[in-house]
Design a protein around this ligand. Structure first.
Ligand code: NAP
Ligand code: HSE
Length: 428
């Protein structure tokens, strides 16, 4: 039997406590699967006296996670504190500097410092793994780096923030406005300490940037992810979209185009009956498209104690088994710097307009679209409301620049009673 794998765990919150619970409950199973014992040696968090629902009495305590990371009696440092910088980054760097392998669930840190940390890990001959950072319990990092390693990936799509999917689902099913459902999500403990990370698309954008790096062999480039949150999605658009056969999702798309790497995390419409359209509540879904495998759809819980701890354990088990893959699936020094695509791939768009009910109003709009080369696929005019008439237009494929020009020109017509809304329809 190999010697035990000795762990130091920094961060004893939702994920940290979950990891300890599995290690305590399933020690025999894990040893059978790895051929060695996996032992927790020392732990760290801010508050030593907090009850975390797991017995910590057998482990050494370190107030300072950096000191924990450098201890001589640990082989693997598990970072579960969070935050892109501060103690998480300092402790990760310290662990690698001391020759320790590192497992983290920290997408914020890796989306910003992933390349530098991966280089440091490889220089030190250490593993740096992050399955839990993307889509919680869904083993998507493993799927890309191992199962699909024989493919040229063409596109990755996904709903990767459970909180946003929960909010959008509740708005539709309960008919409640965004602010009410946002508060509900807060009461349920779904929101990050800084909720803009969730609803602003930043958390999901971090995850997309990490997957894009593995899929396309490029350095993580979170700075070039086009981000738009769900704060401006109204219940009207959710219901009108459904009428037209679509559902609104905060959707991530990364694809390598002839114009460069396109990375977007924005509200999109997807067909109601597509797997993404049917994804409800706080679930995540990742769709991977490869040259040989075709389309692969992965669905599961993207957050929470059990699913996230499951993903952390997957990395721990790999390291216990001696499986040491590069952080982003190939040596960090070989990752290229992608040219960011300046404009999104042409797509169909959903347009929601409120028009004054007077002769020629619709004709003015149709003319402007026509002048920009934008063809109308479908259109629906609803009954007269208090001030105006709601009109929905689904366009044929067009480029966003032409649509933006058209929308600017709408403003000069005097026929609109409200700002228009344009939402991309993703071909899924
Ligand atoms: P959490 O419940 O807020 O726990 C954070 C832990 O870190 C707490 O135990 C806290 O100590 C400790 N901590 C914070 N600052 C520290 C410091 N300076 N020194 C020592 N300990 C410190 O967070 P979480 O939800 O478990 O998330 C942990 C990581 O997993 C984050 O990177 C997060 O993005 C990622 N993640 C979470 C989920 C999820 O569903 N929760 C899913 C995927 C990924 P105290 O308890 O003493 O305050
Ligand atoms: N806030 C994230 C979500 C947690 O809602 O999906 C998991 O990363």
């Amino acid at each position: 039997m190999s010697p035990p794998l000795r762990l130091g765990i920094a961060g004893l919150g939702t994920v940290g406590a979950g990891v300890i619970r599995i290690l305590q409950q399933d020690a025999t199973l894990l040893t059978a699967r790895t051929g060695r014992a996996i032992e927790i040696v020392a732990v760290s968090a801010r508050n030593r006296d907090k009850d975390r629902g797991v017995d910590l009495s057998a482990y050494a305590w370190e107030d300072d996670p950096v000191a924990l990371a450098g201890r001589d009696d640990i082989d693997l440092f598990i970072e579960l504190m969070g935050g892109s910088d501060g103690p998480a980054k300092a402790a990760t760097e310290a662990a690698l500097a001391h020759g320790k392998d590192v497992v983290t669930a920290n997408k914020a840190m890796l989306a910003i410092h992933g390349q530098a940390l991966a280089l440091q890990a490889e220089d030190a001959g250490c593993a740096l793994r992050f399955e839990a950072a993307v889509a919680g319990g869904i083993p998507v990092v493993k799927c890309l780096t191992e199962g699909l390693a024989g493919n040229r990936m063409s596109r990755i799509m996904g709903v990767m923030n459970g909180t946003c999917n929960y909010i959008l689902t509740r708005m539709e099913t309960a008919g409640l406005p965004y602010d009410t459902v946002f508060q509900e999500a807060r009461d349920l403990g779904y929101l990050e300490a800084d909720p803009t990370l969730d609803v602003g698309g930043i958390d999901a954008g971090h995850k997309l940037a990490l997957l894009a790096s593995i899929a396309f062999g490029t350095q993580v480039d979170f700075g070039n992810v086009t981000l738009e949150g769900i704060e401006r999605i109204t219940i009207e658009d959710i219901h009108r979209a459904k009428d037209m056969g679509f559902r609104v999702k905060l959707l991530g798309v990364a694809q390598m185009t002839g114009r460069g790497l396109e990375q977007r995390m924005t509200p999109c419409m997807v067909p109601l009956n597509s797997p993404l359209g049917r994804l409800e509540n706080a679930m995540n879904m990742v769709v991977l498209e490869g040259s040989a495998c075709g389309q692969i759809v992965l669905r599961g819980a993207g957050a929470g104690e059990g699913p996230t701890a499951s993903a952390v354990l997957s990395d721990v088990i790999d390291i216990a088994r001696g499986l040491r893959l590069p952080t982003f699936g190939q040596p960090a020094a070989s990752l290229t710097i992608a040219t960011p695509a300046v404009a999104p791939t042409p797509a169909r768009y959903y347009l929601r307009l409120h028009l004054h009910d007077k002769p020629g109003a619709l004709a003015r709009i149709a003319t402007i679209l026509g002048n920009q080369g934008i063809s109308i696929d479908r259109m629906r005019q609803y009954g007269h409301e208090e001030q105006s008439v709601p009109v929905l237009i689904v366009t044929h494929k067009t480029n966003r620049e032409a649509l933006n020009i058209a929308i600017d020109e709408f403003a000069g017509t005097g026929v609109l009673s409200d700002n228009p809304v344009a939402i991309r329809i993703e071909n899924v």
